[in-house]
Design a protein around this ligand. Structure first.
Ligand code: ADE
Length: 243
């Protein structure tokens, strides 16, 4: 999988992408992530990429030409049309389900908006998928693009080691994750739940499933509507709901 991040702030992205699990995965060639500087594609002799909004108003708008030419150059270089995503608070909210689908693609380009937005005509022309990371507004699309690139990369084969395996994690199987503990067994008078010390794997699995269910019921009941629940799960939820 190749991901290209189209941005005016390459340094902001590169530093994050060089670290930790994603940095390691890139080095190992499990995922290719490039930062492309949109400014390199402007036709303006002063290298400008933004201008005042028509009709007046605050802030600056990113111009269509540099973004369009930047994406076209990428298409030429890769000899494909990478699936283009525009990070914007106007987009559809990102879900783990969409992350999983995107992780199946070979080429993705992520456009980071900045200033007060992007000239609408380049959105009409390129028709990107518009994605938001949540109902709040950031100063630009770089952090959202990094979140998207991270969430996609960790789904790719060989990126996570067994110990980082994502099978059990929150949102992977539609439930929030159960609580986790490590040494010491007692800390500030708080004990690790006894079942986890028992070595009885079946009981541990059952306890974890019930914790995941009760957490989800308490914190994110909306998620239970889509979760795959067994009869035992449903009975358990009914029993705590009646408490
Ligand atoms: N740019 C600014 N805020 C954003 C958000 N919430 N999601 C995606 N892109 C954004």
């Amino acid at each position: 999988m190749r991901i290209d991040i189209l941005t005016l702030f390459c340094d902001m992205c590169s530093s994050v992408l060089g670290e930790n699990i994603i940095g390691r995965a890139r080095q190992a060639g499990k995922v290719e992530i490039n930062c492309v500087d949109i400014r390199n594609y402007t036709n303006d002799k002063h290298r400008r990429v933004d201008d005042k909004p028509y009709g007046g108003g605050m802030g600056m708008i990113m111009q269509a030409q540099p973004i369009y030419d930047c994406y076209q150059a990428l298409c030429e270089e890769t000899k494909t049309k990478p699936h283009l995503i525009y990070m914007t608070p106007q987009g559809k909210t990102l879900t783990q389900q969409r992350v999983k689908e995107l992780a199946k693609l070979d080429n993705i380009a992520i456009l980071c908006g900045h200033y007060e937005g992007v000239d609408e005509r380049v959105i009409e022309e390129l028709q990107p998928e518009e994605i938001s990371i949540g109902d709040y507004v950031l100063t630009g699309g770089e952090l959202p693009a990094l979140i998207l690139a991270d969430s996609i990369s960790r789904m790719l084969d060989g990126v996570l080691s067994n110990s980082e395996c994502f099978e059990e994690e929150s949102h992977f199987n539609g439930l929030l994750e159960y609580p986790q503990y490590t040494h010491p067994a007692v800390w500030k008078n708080r004990e690790v739940p006894e079942v986890l010390l028992s070595g009885h794997h079946e009981n541990v699995d059952k306890w974890r499933r019930q914790q995941a269910l009760s957490r989800t019921l308490k914190r994110r009941p909306d998620m239970l509507e889509d979760a795959q629940l067994t009869k035992e799960d449903i009975d358990f939820l009914a029993s705590i709901d009646n408490e």
